[in-house]
Design a binder for this molecule. Sequence first.
Ligand SMILES: Cc1cc2nc3c(=O)[nH]c(=O)nc-3n(C[C@H](O)[C@H](O)[C@H](O)COP(=O)(O)OP(=O)(O)OC[C@H]3O[C@@H](n4cnc5c(N)ncnc54)[C@H](O)[C@@H]3O)c2cc1C
Ligand SMILES: O=C([O-])CC(=O)C(=O)O
Length: 322
Amino acid sequence: VCISKSLPRCSVTVIADKFTPNTTGDVAAGMLIPHRYPDTPIEQQKRWFQETFSYLLTICNSAEAADAGIHLLSGWQIHQTAPEEKFPFWADIVLGFRIMSMAELEKFPEHQFGQAFTTLKCDSQRYLRWLESRLRENGGQIEDRKITDVWELHGHYDVIVNCSGLGARALVGDSKLHPVRGQVLKVQAPWVTHFIRVSDGSTYIYPGMSSVTLGGTRQKDDWRLSTDATASQNILNRCCALEPSLKKAYAITEHVGLRPTRSAIRVEKEVLLRGSYQLPVIHNYGHGGGGFSVHWGTAREATHLVEELIASLRGSSAKAKL
Ligand SMILES: Cc1cc2nc3c(=O)[nH]c(=O)nc-3n(C[C@H](O)[C@H](O)[C@H](O)COP(=O)(O)OP(=O)(O)OC[C@H]3O[C@@H](n4cnc5c(N)ncnc54)[C@H](O)[C@@H]3O)c2cc1C
Ligand SMILES: O=C([O-])CC(=O)C(=O)O
């Protein structure tokens, strides 16, 4: 969508073997709270989050908000003990960041410290559907198929943008990418209107437009996509300990997604070579547990790289003509 919007002369085709509601993104709560990528410079992570936040806040303040599934959400991130870093790098990007008062902390007797703020949340399925409509509106095409070798695309497109998430492990042989399995429950509990997140991300309650997401699990290198009843009970118990009214939650469904985790998000250009052939690829994958939080920032960076590549292709074809 970002390429089709910023570079209207490009013809964009999205090829995937899974679309909403069957992607990792559909499982996600879609909260804008950054995750840390240890090998990506913090200034870059901050810029990506800032760009994503501003882009979504503009949508949130428009008449498109409900269709796009974007809304503001206030709540608490609670810590068992006060962390060294009381103001994380994103504190001045979310809205109204402050340290929780003692009165607020009374609700959480096991936690001594907390941060209160308002952030954005994407209703993941609505947002993904909305993005598909934006792509079509900008003239983009959608194709449902699995790519087994990126070279299948050679000769058909000038530039390949690789946004294959965990699929990049097989597609471009990236062994630095691994799954971190996440199981969540989506429940009806319309009286819950504040989010609660335990600082290590182990347990969270995220009220959304159509359900409340309760999480979670983080199981490294676990590829199972099937749900696990014991894990679901465990999630419910942990969430009820924070918000006892959730004992009355109903219409509970279970979901699993594999976070495409990497120590650094890979947004970079690579020119693949096979004999005398070249295949220019812009990678944009490895967003782990924070894809919604930085997606527009990384998409913009990938778009700049596409722009640079097109300029260099133009330069070389002009030289070839000479
Ligand atoms: C339980 C859970 C909760 C989460 N909560 C949040 C949250 O609150 N906030 C947040 O910011 N992030 C959250 N995330 C993380 C977020 O969901 C991911 O970072 C994001 O979905 C990754 O997006 P992606 O497009 O890179 O990958 P995916 O969503 O996995 O999409 C990859 C696409 O590539 C296609 N593909 C792959 N390989 C091929 C191939 N060979 N041929 C054709 N198509 C291919 C797939 O079909 C798919 O369409 C959560 C994740 C999980 C699992
Ligand atoms: O950690 C969170 O707050 C939710 C999330 O992104 C995940 O489960 O990956």
